[in-house]
Design a protein around this ligand. Sequence first.
Ligand code: HEM
Length: 117
Amino acid sequence: MEFLRHLVLLFHLVGFAILFGAWAVELVNGHRGVTRLMNWGLAIAAVAGLILAAPWGIEYELNYVKIGVKLVILLVIGALLGIGAGRQRKGGKVPPAVFWSIGVLTLANAAIAVLWR
Ligand code: HEM
């Protein structure tokens, strides 16, 4: 059971890596847009995160305030990805505030996960 939980945690981290990695690529290549890979990363992190939010395979209490905050941030990132994709579809550029918020909020969620005990 514990091994299975760690496996789901690994997928959760892969989702984070894909989302943040895809964002970093856009930052460095100068396009500063949103890509399908970001949606995939978010979806993987969300599904694995929700599975981890259930208390199985652990002997400690989960911090549901922390998990709730992460869920809200994830929904905001999802909304920003939608807004960015909409702008791109109309031939425009993703507003810098939207682009930067996606990266900062993703990093914030990882920081909350690791630093909030
Ligand atoms: C962009 C979104 C997210 C990022 C970047 C992220 C990042 C992380 C990271 C880096 C960890 C590992 C922390 C550690 O083991 O010390 C983690 C664990 C975890 N995350 Fe997320 N997460 C995100 C979204 C979510 C969501 C939406 C949920 C649930 C609704 C969630 C629930 C959890 C849980 C339950 C754990 C494991 C806690 C434990 O078993 O001790 N995460 N997350």
